[in-house]
Design a protein around this ligand. Structure first.
Ligand SMILES: [Zn+2]
Length: 380
């Protein structure tokens, strides 16, 4: 059922039931950890609602998308007027206009195409740190116009917490207005960033982290990875299919080695060596491209978090939870020296902060150097 969405059986049942009994709300909030398929499920729902190719008489088939009819194909490629997919964009200037600068148009188009090709893809656009009020105004105008052909218009606001307060307040009006044949789906990996007034007007659907086995299987089936590679990446993915996918083709073991070396350099108070190590991590994947660099840094930080969590598992005698099974010896050595759980937890918090800053698109080198300082303060 709903094979394009990995795992999340509970969510699929909720959505299918709503479809079957025609109980779709005016607005949904799909919330839960990053990489669990919230956008994928929202797109799938848009297809299922509007599908015209469902075989009649086969009741078990009626509430899913056929993926072949014109409606399914055009929604999947983001070409259908029945689907509006809204996401953070760079700001043109200091006004609230949603119009893009010339140089951003191509990258936005490319990123949307990547998302359409793979709903688990995380859209990455430089300086796109908010969903602006201009985008919400445009949405409101477009909802006032009717569309032909579609059964129901579906508006997806991806990572809706990227709306700032101004945008959210404007959006609230849209939520309060009745729209015939329209369903609005907010997706969010940080629903705490939504105003309670917005949140309370949406029907909540929680997504769970994916099981290691669900990720492993999806990597084999969708990405044709070998069983070994899929098993390794699925453990490192920490429940996020997007994260697992982003690591495909990367030399993950090498990245992990570099980031753990950085940790060691920091702890041996060798700031100079740590700075050199930071430079080694930063120019990965093609040297200059900002986005690739940032993704590489985020991956490294994820690997470091998992490594530190393993250290915590050892120091709290929870060894069955260890992910980096091939690193046991190094982990044990680390724990002998820096194993106080309280300190490891503080170190993990500093990696979280660095991740947050990287996502805010701050300069990466200072973020990483600050991390080294914080790790030392936490652990030593
Ligand atoms: Zn169809």
């Amino acid at each position: 059922m709903w094979a394009n969405v990995i795992g999340e059986d509970r969510v699929k049942h909720i959505l299918r039931n709503a479809l079957e009994h025609e109980k779709l709300p005016g607005a949904y909030l799909f919330s839960g950890p990053e990489g669990t398929g919230k956008d994928a499920a929202a797109i799938e729902l848009a297809k299922a609602i509007n599908c015209t190719g469902k075989p009649r008489g086969l009741s078990h088939m009626e509430f899913e998308a056929c993926d072949e009819c014109e409606s399914c194909v055009s929604i999947a490629s983001f070409a259908s007027p029945a689907l509006q997919f809204i996401h953070a964009l760079p700001k043109k200037s200091d006004d609230d206009g949603a119009e893009l600068k010339e140089e951003d148009v191509a990258i936005v188009r490319e990123q949307r195409a990547a998302k359409a090709a793979d709903p688990y893809y995380n859209i990455e656009i430089p300086r796109a740190i908010a969903i602006h009020i201009g985008q919400i105004r445009e949405l409101r105008l477009s909802l006032a116009r009717s569309i032909s052909g579609a059964k129901k218009r579906v508006v997806i606001i991806s990572e809706a917490q990227m709306m700032n307060d101004k945008s959210q307040n404007a959006f609230l009006k849209t939520l309060e207005e009745p729209h015939t044949n329209t369903i609005i789906i907010l997706t969010s990996s940080n629903a705490n960033g939504l105003l309670p007034t917005v949140h309370s007007r949406c029907q909540d659907v929680r997504f769970d982290v994916l099981a290691v086995d669900e990720i492993r299987q999806a990597l084999v089936e969708r990405e044709s990875l070998s069983e070994d590679e899929a098993a390794f990446l699925s453990r490192l993915a920490a429940g996020s299919y997007s994260r697992a996918r982003a690591m495909i083709g990367e030399n993950v073991k090498e990245m992990r080695k570099e980031i753990v070396t950085l940790l060691r350099m920091g702890l041996s108070k060798s700031r100079r060596n740590a700075a050199l190590e930071v430079d080694k991590i930063l120019p990965r994947s093609g040297g200059g491209k900002f986005l690739e660099k940032r993704q590489a840094v985020e991956q490294c930080l994820t690997l470091l978090t998992l490594w530190l969590r393993d250290a915590l598992a050892i120091s709290t005698k929870a060894e069955s939870e260890i992910i980096n099974l091939d690193q046991l010896e190094d982990l044990r050595k680390f724990v002998t020296r820096f194993g106080e759980p309280r300190r490891i937890i503080a170190a993990i918090a500093s990696v979280d902060r660095a991740m947050h800053h990287a996502k805010l698109q701050l300069q990466l080198r200072p973020v990483m150097l600050q991390l080294v300082v914080e790790l030392e303060a936490a652990l030593v």
